[in-house]
Design a protein around this ligand. Structure first.
Ligand code: T5A
Length: 212
């Protein structure tokens, strides 16, 4: 791949409270300092349409949301994100750092909510036009430890799901990492943020060395 024309697409994934947002921001700052053209984005909520969908998806007002509605709203947010942000940025040769993407749909809506994996994948692929990340950094840690980092008075609709749901989501991510070892790097998210950042940089540097 030629970074001048194709860019590079890096995603962060993991359960609630795993520290993705912290690491995505640290990596963004590191790559900007190093002189790369970088776009830092997330799902859902990186476009005007995505922000409306995010509010609906996470609102505790919609506790009765059907898993199929949930999947379709995430897919709609993704379609807009791909069209408005991801494809144009890759076309400009940028490195994209994206907080959550299609693997979250498989882990949350399929493994977590129980929808068939093949259907979740088919709808996700359709929404994304088949655009997949080049490198996925999975921050893995036990559910109890991750949820313990969240403020209990401020949980959204998905964070409020029972602990077995979050355990299935973690298992889903770990299985995805086993299925796609060429794309995934699994990092121990129980470590301090700085130590994880060093592992992130090592993984990203070897990816960038391979594509530039
Ligand atoms: N979703 C999303 C789906 O169900 N399907 C989909 O297809 C997609 C795209 C997104 C929700 O949508 C779901 C998944 C989510 O439920 P969100 O608000 O973006 O909602 O939620 P998260 O992605 O979980 O993001 P958060 O910012 O809430 O959590 P992070 O990114 O896991 O963690 P972070 O970095 O904010 O850190 C959480 C806390 O831990 C501390 C931080 O300071 C912070 O207080 N922390 C650490 N503490 C100890 N050690 C470390 N190494 C730490 N790193 C961070």
């Amino acid at each position: 791949m030629d970074i001048e024309s194709d860019g590079g697409f890096i995603t962060f994934e993991g359960i609630e409270g795993c520290g993705k947002s912290t690491q995505a921001k640290m990596l963004y700052e590191h790559l900007i300092e190093t002189g790369y053209g970088v776009v830092h984005t997330r799902e859902p909520g990186a476009t005007a349409i995505g922000r409306v969908l995010r509010e609906t998806l996470l609102s505790t007002e919609f506790a009765g949301m059907d898993p199929r509605s949930e999947l379709l709203l995430f897919a709609a947010s993704r379609a807009q994100h791909v069209a408005e942000v991801l494809r144009p940025s890759l076309g400009d040769g940028k490195i994209i750092i994206c907080d959550r993407y299609v693997d979250s749909t498989i882990a949350y809506q399929a493994y977590g909510r129980g929808l068939p994996v093949a259907e979740a994948r088919r709808i996700s692929d359709w929404a994304s036009g088949g655009l997949m990340p080049d490198l996925t950094l999975l921050l893995d840690l036990p559910v109890e430890q991750a949820l313990g980092r969240l403020s209990p008075d401020d949980l959204d609709r998905i964070e409020l799901a029972d602990i077995d749901f979050h355990r299935r989501v973690r298992e889903g991510f770990r299985e995805l990492a086993e299925f796609y070892p060429e794309r995934f790097r699994v990092l121990d998210a129980t470590q301090p943020a700085k130590a994880i950042h060093m592992q992130v940089i090592a993984a990203v540097n070897s990816f960038l060395d391979a594509i530039i």
